[in-house]
Design a protein. Structure first.
Length: 447
């Protein structure tokens, strides 16, 4: 599986002193990210929002990528179209894909307030974008003549919600998605706030026959369904039941478990084994993550590498947060103690099923059984997570490898001393320890 990076955080251009220059700033990091073996970047919303200082989650003009003087300025907070296309080109040259953040649920920044004749309420729903594309009025939003419900899904921040059943809106969303894939060259979509609109809209956009480089192209799609496991699971079943694509969702239940691992004293690691996470039941549909731009005051504060180690050795599609990698300094290239070392583990060893070998309140040990094909050779690994804060901890477990030497390739914790190599006995048994409040990854050595 691949590894993606969320290539922004909230107010990142302002905080990095890169206002209206973010696309260029990210492009400067592309070569290094490629060497660290990232496969894709999730970019923030690309269109002009209600202000040129906005992060883009309140879209105004979908076709203004920073080239029309409106909403406070010419460029978006991130740059303009030429700079975005240069970033995409450079990323592709370094074998990195790009996922566009799709905010198709709600709009903001309307030019006029108008009365909706269906309920007599006044709303800011008159949009006259300077791009000239997708002008809209009250009938493009809920409540609309095209939809009996006041709104399909949940409301968001009081913004007017688009009515996708209006053919004008429906057509615009198709044109926007096609524009992103075929003209700009993106490789997939991240759909924002999918609780706010029907899953049928995503399924239709996923089934569109995109053409890229002269051939049919199927974009990668992941959705932000911020909810518990059962609701996410039902949504995945529903949306994938309408399309041949395998649409994924962010694994919020796992993320909250990992926050408890890192930030709650005496958290019982057996809770990681109860199946209450998307990745545990349907790993091909899970994008795992540790933090993102929406977490605010709920970010993980302590021992965050424990969480990153977990998502990078298990199944799922791990997403690394720019702020953690760069601003918190967790990339740690050239060492065995950071995200870079775990990305190498993910690519080179983390194949096959995960099998839990031991779990108690303070110790979790898992093996990946390995996977081999004509193009992939991932021999597997042993992963140890230690919740104790004052000592190294491990226990003897029965692995699938008899008489096998193992070497540690990644570890971190409150003690960063180099773990010893381990060798299993004739039945595959050996003790594998990890540092206090930390982890260790051991891989088989074939001589």
């Amino acid at each position: 599986m691949s590894v993606m990076m969320q290539a922004f955080y909230w107010d990142s251009p302002q905080k990095e002193k890169q206002e209206h220059n973010w696309w260029n700033f990210v492009a400067e990091h592309v070569e290094a990210l490629s060497k660290s073996r990232f496969n894709a970047l999730w970019l923030p919303p690309i269109s002009k929002a209600s202000s040129d200082q906005s992060m883009g989650y309140d879209p105004y003009d979908y076709w203004d990528l920073g080239d029309y003087d409106q909403k406070g300025g010419l460029k978006t907070l991130f740059g303009n179209r030429a700079e975005l296309e240069a970033l995409i080109k450079k990323a592709h040259e370094h074998h990195i894909g790009l996922y566009a953040d799709m905010v198709i649920n709600h709009n903001s920044g309307a030019d006029e307030e108008e009365e909706n004749p269906l309920d007599g309420q006044k709303r800011w729903t008159k949009f006259n974008p300077k791009s000239g594309k997708f002008p809209r009025d009250w009938n493009s939003f809920h409540p609309s003549r095209y939809e009996h419900m006041m709104i399909e899904g949940e409301n968001y921040a009081g913004f007017p919600h688009l009515c996708h059943r209006n053919p004008h809106v429906y057509k615009a969303m198709y044109e926007y998605a096609r524009f992103i894939i075929e003209e700009l060259g993106f490789d997939g979509f991240r759909f924002d706030f999918v609780k706010g609109f029907g899953a049928w809209m995503i399924s239709l956009l996923s089934k569109y026959r995109y053409v890229k480089d002269g051939a049919d192209y199927q974009p990668y799609i992941v959705a932000e369904m911020w909810s518990g496991h059962d609701e996410i699971n039902d949504w995945i079943d529903h949306v994938n039941g309408m399309t041949d694509n395998q649409i994924a969702a962010f694994d919020f239940p796992l993320r909250y478990k990992l926050k408890d691992v890192c930030d709650s004293l005496n958290y019982d690691l057996r809770n990681l084994t109860d199946g209450g996470a998307v990745v545990m039941r349907r790993p091909l549909h899970a994008v795992t993550f540790v933090d993102n731009h929406d977490m605010g005051d709920n970010v993980i504060v302590n021992d965050k590498m424990m969480a990153y180690s977990f998502i990078l050795v298990h199944e799922g599609y791990p997403c690394i947060f720019w702020y953690d990698y760069y601003n918190n300094g967790l990339g740690r290239g050239g060492t065995p103690n950071g995200i870079d070392a775990l990305i190498a583990v993910h690519h080179d060893f983390a194949g096959g099923d995960s099998q839990i070998l031991h779990a108690d309140p303070d110790l979790y040990i898992m093996q990946r059984v390995g996977y081999k094909s004509d193009t992939v050779d991932q021999p597997g690994l042993i992963y140890v997570l230690n919740n104790l804060g004052d000592k190294w901890s491990g226990t003897s477990v029965k692995t699938q490898w008899p008489n096998q030497k193992f070497r540690p390739v990644a570890w971190d914790g409150h003690d960063t001393a180099h773990p010893d190599e381990r060798t299993t006995d004739g039945e595959g048994n050996a003790e594998f320890p990890a540092p206090p409040r930390g982890f260790a990854v051991y891989v088989p050595v074939f001589e």
